[in-house]
Design a protein around this ligand. Structure first.
Ligand code: ATP
Ligand code: LTN
Length: 334
């Protein structure tokens, strides 16, 4: 029998999970757990590349775990862990720093965006972030990395590192492939369809979080930007009607309907009917997740059991790769 293929992904607990984090990667993760050997983690080491309030970071990391489980990631069927609990990430991250070039790191768009937004804290971690992400990935020898479109460049860099490292030392790392959904790979802000809906941009009022109250969600959708043309009809045209296209993407993901079906459904009805309908679909999609996340969050002992077992399992796999790497680069065995 063929061995199961491996999938791995993580999200930084740098803010409350949004509809973007959900419809981009998280919505797809539970579908993978039967077929693949899956590792999903809270990327807390990555989160501190931007200054965090310690109490908030701790709380959000646990909430994120509860939300992963509520979204359908059964800890019996996949490995859920907190990145900082598996020390091999930081260790391999250091090694890979020495196999990534200054030039290629300088080209990372996330680094450029975050530097612009955190001009008073452009730290070394922000710059070498993709090396740690490559370590996260390569420790587990995964086949696929399910992420949103904004992470494509980082996965590409991890692939370059694999090529460079394997070129010198032989087949140490497996070449990972990005796995980017066709619909929902980039959910945009509801108030600025030119910018990604982001969980940590404080100025972003166009965000909906996974745990937002239904009234808040409805309000956000009712004031979502559509477009300024006079046509006022629901038609998928990302170039000329990016706000409408974004709402259609969200509605399509929430209801499973195609763009053609959505255009027919709202034919002649205008945005006044369309925007609340998207809001309601999102409220219904999130309702069971919210209830389950609240229930799990209240059970601290259960959460602790999950992240402890997850770290133990992840650490066993990660250690095998790290040992191999240490040996290849010439470190004396302990
Ligand atoms: P931050 O604002 O702190 O940088 P973020 O909201 O961009 O965070 P990440 O932790 O960087 O979220 O991303 C987690 C995962 O969710 C990544 O795979 C990313 O591609 C995906 N993702 C984040 N925002 C969106 C979005 N708006 N649409 C689709 N996917 C998204
Ligand atoms: N960099 C990612 C989060 C992340 C990740 C990973 C995703 C950290 N390590 C490994 C996939 C695989 C982000 O900012 N979204």
């Amino acid at each position: 029998m063929d061995e199961k293929k491996t999938m791995l992904s993580g999200i930084k607990p740098s803010g409350d999970l949004t509809l973007g984090s959900y419809l981009g990667p998280l919505h797809h993760w539970p579908k993978m757990i039967e077929e693949y050997d899956c590792y999903y983690f809270m990327a807390d080491l990555h989160a501190i590349t931007v200054r965090q309030n310690p109490a908030d970071l701790r709380r959000r990391t646990l909430e994120q775990l509860a939300q992963y489980i509520a979204c359908g990631l059964d800890p019996e069927k996949c490995t859920l862990f907190i990145q900082s609990h598996v020390h091999q990430h930081a260790e391999l991250g250091w090694v890979l720093n020495c196999y990534a070039m200054f030039g290629e790191l300088s080209r990372m768009t996330q680094f450029k965006d975050k530097s612009a937004r955190n001009a008073d804290n452009i730290n070394g971690g922000l710059f070498t972030y993709p090396c740690l992400m490559a370590a996260d990935i390569l420790l587990y020898q995964p086949d696929f990395i399910p992420v949103g479109d904004d992470q494509r460049q980082h996965v590409e860099l991890a692939r370059n590192i694999v090529q460079r490292f394997n070129g010198v030392y032989g087949d140490v790392f497996k070449m990972p492939e990005p796995y980017i959904p066709k619909v929902g790979a980039r959910i945009m802000s509801l108030t600025n369809p030119a910018a990604k809906m982001s969980k940590s941009d404080n100025g972003d009022t166009g965000r909906v979080t996974l745990m937002d109250d239904p009234n808040v969600i409805m309000k956000q959708f009712k004031r979502a930007i559509t477009d300024s043309d006079t046509e006022r009809c629901v038609r998928y045209d990302p170039e000329n009607k990016p706000g409408v296209a974004n709402l259609m993407t969200i509605y399509s993901s929430a209801t499973g309907r195609s763009f053609a079906e959505i255009e027919r459904e709202f034919d002649g009805l205008g945005y006044g009917k369309f925007k609340p309908a998207v809001g309601e679909a999102v409220v219904e999609m999130l309702r069971p997740i919210q209830e389950e996340a609240r229930r799990i969050m209240a059970d601290k002992a259960y959460l602790e059991g999950v992240y402890r077992a997850g770290a133990e399992k992840a650490s066993r796999t990660a250690e095998k790769t790290l040992r191999k790497v240490y040996k290849k680069v010439g470190f004396v065995a302990r």
